[in-house]
Design a protein around this ligand. Structure first.
Ligand SMILES: Cc1cc2nc3c(=O)[nH]c(=O)nc-3n(C[C@H](O)[C@H](O)[C@H](O)COP(=O)(O)O)c2cc1C
Length: 381
């Protein structure tokens, strides 16, 4: 490939550059990957409604999400372990987001800490928190995020337990590999020299920046999975959102909602927004695609909450389909992770530029000049 043209091209570049285990960690989903596939196939099945001769020549992709001006309707969503895909990966991605005037959301399980991202001059970024048992630790994380200038908290609620991802098990990412398996893992690492020099050699320290005391090493998923198994709390209820509210004065965005009543509960507990999401097909395998439930969530709570959506967004056309189905903006997961793994900050910047250009062209062909005008009529029924 001489010049990558699309997000799927960056996926291929990422596949070449990363050890197989890390590529599969990004690319894969839970169990039989049915929901992962549905996120894509349901987006593909939607048809856009072409309009002609409408004089759509002043295309503007800018929008406002939670009072923040965005150059295009998307956010770099929380992606754990990004500092393992490229050297100090979260800082690189946050810089690309800042340059493209879209928000970056830092995962709880990032390699770079809140402070490192903040020191790179990338404020205000968003911070994502998982529901963890150790409330003292969580309170401390929220205080750190506030001190770093984060305005928006993404509270992820669809990971009360860690669903099995068969690819990670087979690759020995979650332990269990015998001596031969460990040798194969080592070969997987050392045979990807570009990545080896960039990340394990040049990208130290490879620790979970926000959880350094809790999880000493980020060298395998095993340590993180152990922490998740011990710390993630399936007993959490909507009442626990009171605790979040007490500790977070800014916007709270509930991530991982697929049900209308859950979306209503999010509104009742004072969330500013929900993210319609199945965690990119990485949790409940068999759950519907995010795009397919989006319209009914919009109908139920669209007046009370801002609605974001993620899952399968790989093009500007997908962004338009999500907006037409009721989202104010989308979150990117794998799309930016592929860009980062392929080419670092430049790769993320290129992904953002591709999506923006694709959205501009799509808007012209839909005959709309403002993203706010991409309504249900943009879909061909
Ligand atoms: C490698 C990887 C790591 C992720 N880590 C997190 C995380 O730490 N916190 C979180 O809320 N979501 C996490 N997600 C889910 C994404 O935020 C997002 O919901 C999902 O990737 C969207 O689907 P897409 O990748 O098809 O765009 C992760 C997703 C991937 C692919």
């Amino acid at each position: 490939m001489l010049v990558p043209a699309s997000v799927s091209d960056y996926r291929l570049l990422a596949q070449r550059r990363l050890p197989k285990a890390f590529f599969d960690y990004i690319d894969g989903g839970a169990y039989n990957e049915l929901t992962l596939a549905a996120n894509r196939s349901d987006l593909d099945a939607l048809k856009l409604h072409q309009r002609v001769l409408r004089g759509a020549c002043n295309i503007d992709t800018a929008t406002t999400v939670l009072g923040q001006k965005l150059a295009q309707p998307l956010v770099l969503g929380p992606v754990g372990l990004a500092g393992l895909y490229a050297r100090r990966g979260e800082v690189q991605a946050a810089r690309a987001a800042q340059a493209a005037a879209v928000p970056f959301c830092l995962s709880t399980v990032s390699i770079c800490s809140i402070e490192e991202v903040s020191a790179a001059g990338t404020v205000p970024f968003w911070f994502q928190l998982y529901v963890i048992r150790d409330r003292g630790y969580a309170t401390e994380l929220l205080a750190r995020a506030r001190a770093a200038g984060c305005t928006t908290l993404v509270f992820t609620v669809d990971l009360p337990v860690f669903a099995t991802r068969y690819r990670d098990v087979r690759n020995g990412m979650t332990g269990g590999a015998g001596p031969l398996g460990r040798l194969a893992k080592l070969w997987d690492i050392v045979s990807h020299t570009g990545w080896l020099i960039d990340v394990p050699i040049g990208g130290k320290p490879l620790t979970f920046g926000n959880l350094a005391q809790a999880v000493p090493s980020a060298r395998s998923l095993e340590a993180m999975k152990g922490w998740v198994d011990a710390q993630f709390d399936p007993g959490v209820t909507w009442k626990d959102l009171d605790w979040v509210r007490q500790n977070w004065p800014g916007h709270i965005v509930v991530k991982g909602v697929l049900d209308v009543d859950d979306a209503r509960s999010a509104a009742e507990v004072g969330a500013s927004a929900v993210i319609v999401s199945n965690h990119g097909g990485r949790q409940l395998d068999g759950a519907p695609s995010a795009i397919s439930v989006l319209p009914r969530i919009r109908d139920a709570v669209g007046e009370r909450l801002e609605i974001l959506m993620d899952g399968g967004i790989r093009s500007g056309q997908d962004v338009a389909k999500a907006l037409a189905s009721g989202a104010k903006a989308v979150m990117l997961g794998r799309s930016w992770a592929y860009g980062l793994a392929a080419r670092g900050e430049q790769g993320v910047a290129e992904i953002l530029a591709i999506l923006k250009r694709e959205l501009e062209v799509t808007m012209t062909l839909l005959g709309v000049e403002r993203v706010g005008d991409i309504g249900a009529g943009a879909l061909d029924r």
